[in-house]
Design a protein around this ligand. Structure first.
Ligand code: T5A
Length: 237
């Protein structure tokens, strides 16, 4: 382990963005790089990441649950979050791990406020309650360019559309606009990364946005060979 890894207390990094933006792909590549550099990495997804959370995920994403109300939907996401925070994220940060999470509280603002139309102040209160004082140190917001359709097409290429993916294009456009607003309001935490081009290029941009937290990344950014494999092999999630 590097000296730096030993001294650093835990770091919480989230990946956000619309459907199929590339969060899983790039969180996985980053996790490999951090592990190679001696960090304990905890990779999670929301909703999910705990036994209870995965059960809640199955409910909220099941296209058969057409009766699910938008308040119930919000509370399911928050319940899953409350569980992953206390069961996994808090203990990992206390140990000094780097926690990488696909989606977190920003998704609730983007989907349940901008997408569904729930009041911002109420959703922020729900987020605060579920997060229990835990908040990301850095958020990578991945975008697929002007239209949400590109991400939706990517997301449903290898699996059946889930309940949220089945929402119309207008819903997903509002979600994407919501994410960009969140970034505008908190630019030091939320870094926007375009993921419309080659994966290697996207990953390099992500490393640039994290290089103040991990200065050794600067050397990798200057090495084109490091990112090249992303364009030719599948990174295991
Ligand atoms: N939700 C979630 C809420 O409504 N409220 C909340 O509070 C929370 C937490 C979760 C759903 O729940 C909603 C949001 C979601 O609708 P999910 O499966 O976790 O669902 O989220 P998705 O966005 O649907 O996850 P995906 O796996 O579909 O998308 P990713 O992870 O963004 O994309 P990824 O990495 O799987 O890549 C998709 C495809 O694109 C290709 C990849 O190879 C892959 O095939 N690709 C590129 N990927 C990255 N960079 C490039 N340049 C690429 N080019 C092609």
């Amino acid at each position: 382990m590097t000296d730096q890894a030993q001294q650093r207390s835990g770091l919480f990094i989230t990946f956000e963005g619309g459907e199929g933006a590339g969060k899983t792909t790039h969180a996985s590549f980053l996790a490999n790089a951090l592990t190679e550099h001696g960090y304990e990495v905890v990779r999670l997804r929301e909703p999910g990441g705990t036994t209870v959370g995965e059960q809640l995920r199955a409910i909220v994403l099941d296209p058969a649950n057409t009766q699910l109300g938008i308040h119930t939907e919000l509370l399911i996401y928050e319940a899953a979050r409350a569980q992953i925070v206390c069961e996994v994220i808090k203990p990992a940060l206390e140990r000094g791990a780097v926690v990488l999470c696909d989606r977190f509280a920003d998704s609730t603002i983007a989907y349940q406020v901008y997408g569904r139309g729930l009041p911002l102040d109420e959703v922020m209160r729900a987020n605060e309650f579920a997060c229990q004082g835990v908040w990301p140190d850095r958020t990578i917001l991945m975008t697929t360019g002007a239209s949400a359709q590109k991400g939706l097409t990517r997301a449903t290429l290898h699996h059946e559309a889930d309940r949220l993916e089945l929402e119309g294009a207008a819903f997903h456009e509002r979600v994407n606009a919501g994410f960009l607003n969140i970034a505008k309001e908190d630019p030091s935490r939320v870094r926007v990364v375009e993921s419309a081009s080659a994966k290697s290029q996207t990953s390099k941009l992500i490393f640039e946005e994290l290089s103040d937290l991990f200065p050794w990344m600067r050397e990798l950014i200057d090495d084109p060979e490091y990112f090249a494999p992303l364009d030719i092999r599948k990174v295991h999630n």
